[in-house]
Write a protein that binds this ligand. Structure first.
Ligand SMILES: CC(C)(COP(=O)(O)O)[C@@H](O)C(=O)NCCC(=O)NCCSC(=O)[C@]1(C)CCC[C@@]2(C)[C@@H]3[C@@H]4C[C@@H]5C[C@]3(C[C@]5(C)O4)[C@H](O)C[C@@H]21
Ligand SMILES: [Mn+2]
Length: 356
């Protein structure tokens, strides 16, 4: 079986437990996210709030030996055929729920400094997103400018927002301007910003998996229909780990809404919603065949494969068989686009994948 070399638009770094306590004064470090293992649940403490989650199951299911060690990770990637990765946080995801301005600013800054020193400065294949404060837009703008200087290629925000902070609202304008001007990708990872276990009845595991997918589409409907992407034509957003098959479907439905409910529509847009999605919205997937098929059948080309390394929803241990299932028989230009081209277009990395 020939090795298909790919880039991954959705991976994760595992931060050391002391990523904040080592870098912040005790009065702040003590309030940063930390998890303690309980019987069935892990207790997650964030600024005094407690969230019970089955994180332990996720951690135990972590197979890849390189999850916590960059050098070993690069060997894992060679084995799997992954050249570059865009790596999201793990514990860093929980920073988005901090509402205290100083704590949000300082924990975000500390996480980004750790990522810059321990990942970005130590290799060229794994690049991390940067975290941003959701507590204060001015702090987020300042951090965008700082991390762009440090060489980050993407920042991330949560898919779900607090009520009254939806992404269509003007409050975000200074941040959209800053991200667009810095040429960074604005990434949203599914399952962030809200509850991930919302139903505990029959089928709960699959229902909850699906329920974390919908907020990613909601980000797109707000930022397209609210005009954010129309006002910032160079701003590119990525919805990571939510699959990509939904892009043409919501493009069509938003066009229908825009036309059939035209008398209610504001703001008016300079392009149809579907055109804005085609040009400025990107999505990643791991196993979905439909994510490849829509590129062939609808011409939505902003589709990017992701290994979700080292999470159990990802492909570690079966990457090559997954890639052959997905791409054998698919036209070369589409395989090239989805496995490497979209990633290189977004993160403007020179083509580095070794030719087997
Ligand atoms: C089986 C039930 C119904 C039983 O209910 P019970 O708890 O016993 O009362 C319930 O426990 C369940 O649904 N368990 C399945 C596992 C699960 O928690 N599913 C949530 C939806 S999937 C999800 O949230 C993704 C998007 C995908 C899996 C990894 C995920 C949890 C990751 C994992 C965990 C944590 C959250 C995180 C980033 C993070 C650092 O890595 C994302 O924010 C989010 C993400
Ligand atoms: Mn992921």
């Amino acid at each position: 079986m020939t090795k298909i070399w790919v880039n991954s638009g959705d991976s994760h770094v595992m931060e050391p437990a002391d990523v904040w306590t080592e870098r912040l004064p005790a009065r702040l470090g003590a309030r940063a996210p930390r998890s303690e293992r309980g019987e069935k649940y892990e207790m997650l403490y964030i600024d005094g709030e407690r969230i019970d989650r089955q994180l332990g199951d996720f951690m135990d299911a972590m197979r890849p030996p390189g999850a916590w060690d960059l050098k070993v990770r690069l060997k894992d990637l060679d084995q799997e055929g992954v050249w570059s990765q865009l790596a999201f946080p793990s514990m860093g995801f929980w920073l988005v729920s901090i509402t205290d301005r100083e704590l949000a600013r300082e924990t975000v800054r500390a996480w980004n400094d750790w990522a810059h020193e321990e990942i970005l400065s130590k290799n060229k294949r794994v690049i991390t997103t940067a975290c941003l404060s959701t507590a204060d837009i001015d702090d987020a703008v300042a951090e965008v400018e700082r991390v762009a200087e440090l060489g980050f290629k993407a920042v991330f925000l949560p898919c779900s927002t607090r009520d009254g902070e939806e992404y269509a609202l003007d409050r975000w304008e200074p941040l959209w301007t800053a991200v667009e001007r810095a040429g960074l990708v604005l990434a949203f990872h599914i399952g962030t910003g809200g509850q991930n276990v919302v139903f505990r009845g029959p089928g709960g595991a699959v229902v909850n998996y699906m329920e974390t997918t919908y907020p990613g589409m909601r980000v797109v409907s707000h930022m397209v229909a609210g005009g954010a992407l129309d006002r910032h034509p160079d701003l590119r957003i990525l919805i990571a780990e939510g699959g990509a098959g939904w892009m043409p479907a919501i493009g069509d439905r938003m066009d229908e809404a825009y036309r059939q409910h035209g008398m209610f529509v504001r703001p008016k847009l300079s392009r149809l919603p579907s055109e804005i999605i085609r040009q400025q919205v990107y999505a990643s997937f791991q196993h979905d065949k439909s994510s490849v098929e829509i590129v062939e059948s609808t011409g939505y080309r902003n589709v990017m494969w992701g290994d979700d390394y080292p999470h159990l929803e990802g492909t570690y241990g079966h990457t090559q068989s997954t890639l052959h299932d997905l791409f054998d028989g698919v036209p070369d230009d589409i395989r090239e686009r989805v496995t490497r081209g979209t990633f290189n277009e977004l993160f403007r990395l020179p083509e580095q994948t070794p030719q087997e």
